[in-house]
Design a protein. Structure first.
Length: 510
């Protein structure tokens, strides 16, 4: 019996290729499937528009070629264009004069008067004729007809050559052109230029948006504004909210910026993680390790008040106030419990949460936590003064190289430098004071699963200080990981190692 053909449910061509290569079924969430379907629908509509536009251009090109051939044939045979617009009301005398025959010449004019024509009149006539022809050039067919008539007037017929009247008519033509008021009427010239400009603007306005593309867009968006940017209007057509939008939340009279990997709740059998960064950092510090957790768990990363996009507004800040902000965000998002992850200054916060808010904390991951001491207090006060007086430049030029391990890459140092440079000096100084005034934490009150990750080359949170904290945690389920050749910026220097350590600990502890 022949094998049943495989049914590929995914619509994306890229996903189909990966599916065929790996022979595995990819699992997508409902929001991802909906986004793929929307993208494919828009691509189909765009392809239809492109094909229709291509056909329209081809038909327009064929029509133009056909009209050009017909015009050339009419010019060759001397046939006027039947569809040419009527001559303007200001030009009937000129048009009639061009087509006049010798028999219409008035008898009162004598040959002597014709031969005494002023030579300057001949020059003015030629100049006026050129100006008039330029003004009428916006109508191709009419201009061609005038050229044909002029050509017939300039070349006398054999009959005219025989009786010698051709020369007389030429002289008379020059007199008549000189006396024609149309060549000296400035108002007529201005009116002709205005007509020319209006006609060009009208063509542009009608040809720009009155096409099949505009009609289709009006069906999708009734309020589409042709005068605005197409890219902006295209963005407005996709009204579906983005699942990865990073919103603000108002907590304790200030705004906190955060990112939520699963806004609708943690996946089935998954946990909720809340990440608290350290001094001179932001929520982006944790993004390199999130791929190890987000497939099974909900991860919320926030900018601490005074850091990143959580603007510093002058309010006092302390380790306790940062812990209160964490509880406030959990309440705002209706999260009863979470695994809290803290780095450096954030390590102070998560241990304080574990000792004083055990009912809201399911587990603790402390990455390079700092332990309050006199040395730490002195260093933080000096750094606070440096930031307040000289800004972040000097700190950004030293921290990325002095606080990292020997295995740190230049890319990691550049990332750290950008994080430090992006800080508000006043907010940074306030957080330095918060660390300098950090309270004494009762580590023995921590009875929940506890993971401590340290770097063996960390000078800011020494291995001895991390060991001091770990030994005093009373939890029966605790573990300490020491990363070789890693300094104080663990999640940037060795993100995969940190991500795997957290994922493994969670898997065995919950």
């Amino acid at each position: 019996m022949a094998d049943r053909p495989r049914v590929i449910l995914e619509k994306s061509r890229t996903v189909r290729r990966r599916y065929q290569r790996s022979n595995k079924r990819f699992q997508f969430t409902a929001s991802q499937i909906a986004r793929i379907e929307r993208e494919e629908e828009r691509e189909i509509q765009a392809q239809k528009l492109r094909e229709k536009e291509k056909r329209r251009i081809q038909l327009k090109k064929k029509k133009a070629e056909k009209e050009a051939k017909a015009r050339e044939e009419r010019i060759r045979r001397g046939i006027p264009d039947p569809n040419a617009p009527a001559v303007p009301a200001s030009q009937p005398l000129l048009f009639n004069f061009i087509k006049r025959t010798p028999s219409v010449q008035p008898e009162s004019e004598s040959p002597e008067e014709q031969t005494r024509a002023d030579p300057e009149s001949h020059i003015e006539t030629d100049t006026a004729t050129e100006s008039e022809n330029d003004d009428l050039s916006f109508e191709d067919e009419e201009f061609d007809n005038i050229l044909i008539a002029l050509d017939g007037a300039d070349h006398p017929t054999p009959v005219e050559k025989a009786d010698g009247s051709g020369a007389k008519n030429n002289g008379n033509d020059e007199d008549e052109f000189s006396d024609c008021s149309a060549f000296y009427d400035e108002d007529l010239f201005k009116a002709t230029e205005i007509v020319d400009q209006v006609s060009v603007a009208t063509v542009l306005s009608t040809d720009s948006f009155e096409d099949d593309t505009a009609i289709l867009l009006e069906k999708f968006v009734p309020d589409f504004d042709p005068g605005s940017s197409f890219d902006q209007e295209l963005i407005l057509t996709d009204i579906q909210p983005s699942p990865n939008k990073m919103p603000f939340v108002s907590i304790n009279n200030h705004q906190l910026h955060y990112a939520d990997s699963h806004p609708n709740g943690a996946p089935a059998n998954g946990l909720t993680f809340f990440f608290i960064h350290g001094l001179g950092s932001s929520q982006n510090y944790y993004f390199p390790l999130l791929p190890h957790l987000t497939p099974q768990h909900r991860c919320i990363t926030a900018d601490t008040y005074g850091s990143g996009r959580s603007t510093y507004t002058g309010q006092s800040v302390s380790i306790a106030s940062i812990a209160d902000d964490v509880i406030g965000v959990l309440d705002a998002l209706n999260i009863p419990q979470a695994v809290v992850v803290g780095h450096s200054m954030g390590g102070l916060v998560v241990t304080l949460l574990g000792s004083e808010h055990a009912d809201r904390v399911k587990g603790i991951v402390a990455i390079g936590p700092t332990h309050p001491s006199e040395t730490l207090t002195s260093v933080m006060r000096k750094r606070s003064a440096t930031a307040a007086e000289g800004g972040m430049e000097s700190l950004a030029n030293s921290i990325p190289y002095q606080a990292t391990g020997s295995a740190a890459s230049p890319l990691a140092s550049s990332f750290i430098r950008e994080l430090v440079l992006g800080q508000n000096p006043k907010g940074y100084a306030a957080l330095c004071q918060a660390i300098a005034n950090a309270p004494t934490i009762d580590y023995s009150a921590i009875n929940i699963p506890f993971l401590l990750i340290a770097g063996d080359e960390d000078k800011s949170a020494s291995l001895e200080g991390c060991q001091y904290i770990f030994d005093r945690v009373s939890s029966a389920n605790k573990k300490m990981e020491v990363l070789p050749q890693v300094g104080h910026w663990h999640c940037i220097e060795a993100p995969d190692t940190v991500g795997r350590a957290i994922a493994a600990f969670v898997k065995t502890s919950f």
